[in-house]
Design a protein around this ligand. Structure first.
Ligand code: PLP
Length: 363
């Protein structure tokens, strides 16, 4: 089966095979990875290797802390404003999709939100996003506590090609659906967060990379589990972390380093996306890409056909042929091919062949 799920999503075969062995018994330990204490030496080595793998891949400087938290990216929608908004109590949000709107909703409970830009179009329940704003469209407050944006919009299939320029205001990014898909200049960011379940591992563990000076903003009055500073002081071991999820992140980072790192992964991701976008663009309008060309995502390729009936027919036939998870998000309709890091090139080639054949039979 070629798994186009938007998340939890496909993981590298090598990772799954190694995990399968360790699920029964870790070599030299004799107990499953699921059965060992988070305070054990064996687990501590895994925890440090997962952090080290991320550090190497993303070139994370020493003045940043890596945290493994729980509650998904959705809890970060709250933790970011709770920790970073005071004392100014105002922040800029750039809206490019449903997830940034959800992030903004939580921030509004903490303080004042300035919508620095929105690319939402349409009316009523037919609202949608199909592009990333240009730098010139951003109305930034130089005195904001931070600027929040979503680097890849999983639902609409749009992605920032480069980060917004925000001057000295800390840049905060929800990178849930494109983290580790390409090199990042971490120094441009104050904080990056990402649920693991697309490019890093299973659901239930959330990566937070935070510049250390920002930890000073976390106030003692915050609930312990919502406080970045406390998580940082305890190396993400204040309570029991998602040990299995962190273990998979360790294996995924090892796999990526073995592949040649993020430059290499980026090349492969561009190649995969290009194959699909070429198929769409060369179909003479049979397939219509949802995102504007200069805003297209390398991770989630969204497109429509002339009618919903035809879309359903394609999804049904594709599912029978072994292509799983192509139905678009309920709020957009159409089709979405999520082609994260671990999705193989040959799976994209097979889908393109299938789409061309479908067009011949139905065009
Ligand atoms: N942000 C983005 C960009 C996402 O794609 C998702 C989930 O798909 C989320 C946030 C929500 O993540 P979680 O389910 O981990 O809370």
């Amino acid at each position: 089966i070629y798994n186009f799920s938007a998340g939890p999503a496909v993981l590298p075969e090598e990772v799954l095979l190694e995990a399968q062995k360790d699920l029964f018994a870790l070599p030299g330990v004799g107990m499953s990875i699921l059965e060992i204490s988070h305070r054990s030496k064996t687990y501590d080595a895994i925890h440090q290797e997962a952090k080290e793998g991320l550090k190497q891949l993303l070139n994370i400087p020493d003045d940043y802390t890596i945290l493994f938290l729980q509650g998904g990216a959705s809890l970060q929608f709250s933790m970011v404003p709770l920790n970073l908004m005071p004392p100014k109590n105002k922040a800029d949000y750039i809206l490019t999709g449903s997830w940034s709107k959800k992030a903004m909703k939580e921030a509004k409970r903490v303080g004042t939100v300035n919508v620095a830009a929105t690319t939402e179009e349409g009316e009523g329940d037919k609202k949608y996003f199909k592009r990333i704003p240009k730098q010139s469209e951003l109305k930034l407050d130089p005195d904001a506590a931070y600027v929040h944006f979503t680097s890849n919009n999983t639902i609409f299939g749009t992605e920032w090609q480069t980060e917004p320029e925000v001057g000295n205001v800390p840049l905060v990014c929800d990178a849930s659906s494109d983290i580790l898909s390409k090199p990042l200049d971490i120094k441009k960011y104050g904080l990056i967060y990402a649920g693991a379940q697309k490019n890093m591992g299973p659901s239930g563990v959330t990566l937070v990379i935070i510049r250390k000076d920002l930890l000073e903003r976390s106030q003692d009055s915050l609930h312990t589990m919502l406080n970045y500073k406390i998580h940082a002081e305890n190396d993400s071991l204040y309570n029991t972390p998602n040990t299995f999820g962190i273990y998979i992140i360790k294996l995924v980072t090892k796999w990526l380093l073995g592949l040649g790192g993020l430059e290499e992964m980026f090349k492969i991701n561009k190649k995969k996306a290009q194959l699909l976008y070429d198929c769409i663009d060369q179909s003479g309008g049979f397939y219509k890409g949802h995102a504007e060309k200069d805003s297209r995502s390398l991770m989630n390729v969204t497109f429509n056909l002339a009618t919903e009936e035809l879309e359903k027919k394609l999804i049904d036939e594709a599912t029978k042929a072994g292509f799983s998870g192509l139905k678009g998000h309920r709020s957009v309709g159409g089709l979405r091919a999520s082609i994260y890091n671990a999705f193989p090139v040959k799976g994209v080639e097979a889908l393109v062949d299938f789409m061309k054949d479908f067009q011949k039979r139905n065009g």
